[in-house]
Design a protein around this ligand. Structure first.
Ligand code: AMP
Ligand code: MG
Length: 403
């Protein structure tokens, strides 16, 4: 039996970062930058007002008070997007809106709240310092600055700076495309009435969502009946469409374990037992002339999920070009005694308590227990050589609350 770490190393060795492509900025969210991005212009790119108000010479309004306001002649009006051709000279002002370019001559802005809002003549009732309410060109970013570096994950905040420096297109490693094939003659699509012995296909929904949460684009194929031809043709159909194939079911020792039977003959997919609970039967390799990576997950839903978390999520992150592949773990204390199978690393579904301790879910640790999985927000990682942990002991926990 292989250790979890050794098997993970094998899965990671079977994938590589996707090639970089140019995408329109609107498609870049969730991708990883494959270039340094340099600002072609400064930010702000011109001196502009940070308030709605009046562009003035600060010296003109130095003595302004409520009782003795300073009167200035309004010589122009500049909304955002326009530039005034007037110059502000002593005794005059230009009415200005937030974001509009500072007119020549002016060195400060008086907010409209400190005036009578006049449009011909304005009365100003408070002084301002030179430079007040002016956002200076290049105070944020200088032309030529690298604003984002190669390898940065593009989230909402990064989208903003890319747009601000005018990137219409950007070079990225795209989100991996994942085909999720669930196998099993007992499976029907949710919403279909269940005849005796049939069950809803929950794994493909679980895995597509987990792939999406891991930053991939994923889609369902199936459910596929336990028939070698049907399975092989479903796999072949996907070879040109995706960067990774994920299957669930059919990898144990049963008579109808089609996935193992079909892929085991190819020579390019290896099946093995991994010393973990749940999720012992695993397989991975490549299929087709295109050598598309494939990971074959066990069918029990909780096994499928735990296997995804341990092997597929890190592989997807590697394909995205990320370097931190693992979810964060935290050290906390256990709220009640628990047992664990010998010689296997257990990933026990658990919940965080309000005080930060963790407690295994109440429905047991069976690999079919979906109710327990659905309320879990933590996985207690119990080492291979530990079979019992007492309440109050330290435990390492994978925090599922963070993406
Ligand atoms: P298998 O690995 O194919 O023998 O499946 C193990 C168990 O997981 C069986 O009880 C299956 O019915 C169940 N199972 C397999 N695939 C799925 C699926 N897509 N959704 C829900 N349960 C499944
Ligand atoms: Mg099956």
């Amino acid at each position: 039996m292989l250790s979890v770490d050794d098997y993970l190393a094998r899965v990671l060795a079977s994938v590589e970062p996707l090639s970089a492509i140019d995408v329109p900025l609107s498609s870049a969210h969730g991708c990883v930058l494959a270039e340094d991005v340099t600002a072609p212009w400064p930010l702000p790119s011109f001196d502009n007002s940070s308030m709605d108000g009046y562009a003035v010479l600060a010296a003109d309004v130095a003595g302004a008070t409520d009782d003795v306001p300073v009167e200035l002649t309004v010589v122009d009006d500049v909304p955002a997007g326009y530039r005034s051709t007037e110059e502000v000279t002593s005794g005059t002002t230009v009415r200005i809106m937030t974001g509009a370019p500072m007119p020549a001559g002016a060195d400060a802005v008086v907010p409209v709240e400190r005036t009578d809002a006049g449009t011909q003549i304005v009365r100003i009732s408070a002084p301002v310092d030179p430079g007040a309410y002016v956002r200076r060109a290049a105070e944020d970013v200088m032309a030529g600055d690298v604003v984002l570096t190669d390898g940065t994950l593009i989230g909402a905040r990064q989208m903003a700076i890319l747009a601000a420096v005018g990137c219409g297109h950007v070079r990225v490693r795209p989100r991996p495309r994942v085909a999720v094939l669930s196998t099993g003659s007992e499976l029907v699509d949710p919403g279909t009435p269940l005849r005796h012995g049939l069950i809803s296909d929950s794994n493909s929904y679980l895995l597509v969502a987990a792939c999406q949460e891991a930053g991939a684009e994923a889609y369902r194929v199936g459910p596929i009946v336990d028939d070698e031809k049907a399975f092989l043709s479903a796999v072949e159909d996907q070879l040109h469409r995706c960067d990774l194939i994920l299957t669930s079911g059919g990898v144990s020792m049963g008579a109808y374990d089609t996935v193992k039977a079909v892929l085991g003959q190819l020579g390019s997919v290896e099946f093995m037992k991994v010393a973990m609970n749940p999720g012992m039967p695993q397989g991975h390799g490549h299929v087709g002339d295109e050598r598309v990576p494939i990971v074959t997950l066990p069918g029990n839903p909780v096994s499928s999920y735990i296997s995804f978390e341990n092997f597929v999520r890190p592989a997807l992150r590697l394909m995205r070009g990320l370097t931190d592949l693992q979810r964060p773990t935290v050290l906390t204390t256990l709220a009640e005694d628990m047992t664990s199978p010998p010689a296997k690393r257990q990933f026990a579904r658990a919940t965080f308590l309000p005080d930060g301790q963790v407690r295994p879910v109440g429905t047991g640790q069976g690999s079919h227990v979906l109710g327990g999985l659905s309320v879990a927000d933590a996985l207690i990682v119990v080492p291979e050589d530990v079979t019992f942990i007492s309440r109050g002991d330290d435990v390492t926990v994978v925090d599922l609350r963070q993406q």
